[in-house]
Design a binder for this molecule. Structure first.
Ligand code: URA
Length: 458
């Protein structure tokens, strides 16, 4: 469930006049504006991840022509972890600046960078644009460098999140910053809808499957997994209405074809796929459902696309077709835990009928848009045997139209020297109208799977 990102009401502004020497101007949260010497201002942000709040204050400061060099941005954690959005006072000022898209996309990434001067650099960029000047190349380059560092760190954090194959609570120990962890919370919950705790020196983030809880780093003496989970479950609830968490601008990776092809590992592929927008299916679907299984698997199974259950659980083949597949694989002498299971298309395509979501076949454009993910997955895993379940999986892997009845049940030599095998999709078996054909076709399916497994031995 993505965090709300629409609310503007939560940079906490407090009196810091004594604390920061040489700074004469101080913003006051009560008044919603500033006092003192108009040329020197201190803005105290309560959290490092509050992009909307920073933006609201920047708009006001720009509108009042406060120069970047006279603003000091500091962060002071809030006294309480829950503050209602309704209690926050933020200025409203008209937006005076239009930001070119090439720069606008850098803002959320620069905002979560580790550079102490990040707020200043972003404000300086806005100030330059407001004045109608060209943003100097050095400044643009610096923003790009910081944004690239943030993207790498976001991907690194995502790679640390276990997939949902094991649905028990998982603990992720990381040294990443609170700003990055906050910012990536919704991507992490998308990657793994089952419960987890991220524990870092200055942030604890807990996802129980429904809501986020967040707080400072845990005491050092809380180190055993059970203690971490108990402590993490008792910290403040974050979510709609908590001022400190309403204004995050999530850093998305928006991977292109080159990013996909150059992925060095399956976790990095999965971390990037969270943000895939290569076709329109990403809009209605809940999440990207990447492949899962044993990263050293020698056999890969390729289905069509996630269904309703898969879309909700974030795992391939866990609904009725998946259960039938698991049973048949076991009967054939295989073991799901040793295999890699994936789909040709990584988003659920459906039409809504009342409360039900009815599966729709992906079209050629959608299969083609998703092809780079499957190609990269196969290149990294390099399976000895690829089993194609149904026409969509087979056409996606072989890169041509396939008639399953004509090509099934035989070893197909693949270009890379590995072996392919086409068989039916398990949902075909579920759709058969009578018990007799169900039994007959199921037996043929198990025979095909056995044939694939026997190819591993050769
Ligand atoms: N059908 C598929 O092709 N894939 C799944 O993951 C589930 C159902």
């Amino acid at each position: 469930m993505p965090l709300p990102t629409h609310d503007y009401h939560h940079i906490k502004i407090t009196r810091k006049q004594k604390k920061v020497s040489g700074i004469a101007g101080v913003f006051s949260s009560e008044a919603g504006n500033w006092e003192g010497n108009m040329n020197h201002q201190t803005v105290v942000l309560s959290t490092t991840s509050d992009f909307s709040g920073w933006r609201a204050w920047s708009r006001k400061l720009l509108h009042d022509r406060i120069p970047a060099d006279s603003i000091r941005w500091i962060i002071e954690p809030p006294a309480t972890l829950y503050a209602s959005s309704a209690t926050r006072v933020l200025p409203s000022a008209p937006s005076t600046t239009s930001i070119p898209r090439s720069l606008a996309t850098l803002f959320p990434a620069v905002f979560v960078s580790e550079a102490p001067e990040r707020f200043h650099l972003l404000y300086l960029t806005l100030q330059t644009l407001r004045d109608g000047a060209a943003v100097p190349e050095e400044l643009t380059d610096e923003l790009k460098t910081l944004a690239a560092q943030s993207r790498n760190r976001a991907l690194d954090l995502r790679c640390q999140m276990p997939d949902a194959g094991n649905q028990d609570w998982q603990i992720v120990r990381t040294s990443h910053t609170a700003a990055l962890i906050d910012n990536q919370a919704s991507a992490l919950a998308n990657l793994r809808p089952s419960p987890w705790v991220v524990t870092a020196p200055d942030r604890t983030l807990c996802w129980n499957g429904k809501e986020y809880r967040f707080g400072p780093g845990l005491d050092k003496d809380v180190s055993d997994p059970a203690g971490i989970i108990i402590a993490a479950r008792s910290i403040a609830t974050a979510g709609a209405g908590n001022a400190w968490w309403d204004g995050i601008a999530p850093l998305r990776l928006h991977p292109g074809i080159d990013d996909i092809a150059s992925s060095p590992s399956l976790p990095s592929l999965r971390g990037k796929a969270v943000d895939c927008q290569m076709c329109d299916l990403c809009g209605p679907a809940t999440r990207t459902v990447s492949g899962e299984g044993n990263p050293d698997a020698r056999v890969m199974f390729v289905g069509e696309q996630p269904g309703d259950h898969e879309d909700l659980q974030g795992r391939p083949f866990v609904g009725p077709a998946g259960q039938l597949f698991d049973r048949a694989l076991k009967e054939a002498g295989g073991n799901r835990a040793e295999a890699w299971i994936t789909n040709a298309v990584k988003h659920f395509k459906f039409v809504a009928k009342g409360s039900r979501r009815i599966h729709q076949k992906p079209n050629t454009g959608e299969i083609t848009a998703c092809a780079p993910w499957l190609a990269a997955e196969r290149k990294i895993l390099a399976p000895k045997v690829t089993v194609m379940l149904g026409v969509t999986g087979a056409s996606a892997v072989l890169g041509r139209q396939v008639t399953v009845s004509r090509e099934r049940s035989r070893h197909i030599p693949m270009e890379d020297g590995s072996i392919g095998l086409v068989t039916v999709h398990p949902s075909y078996l579920l759709r058969l109208p009578d018990e007799e054909s169900k039994t007959r076709e199921y037996t043929k399916f198990v025979t095909d799977l056995r044939m694939a497994i026997s190819a591993l031995a050769g």
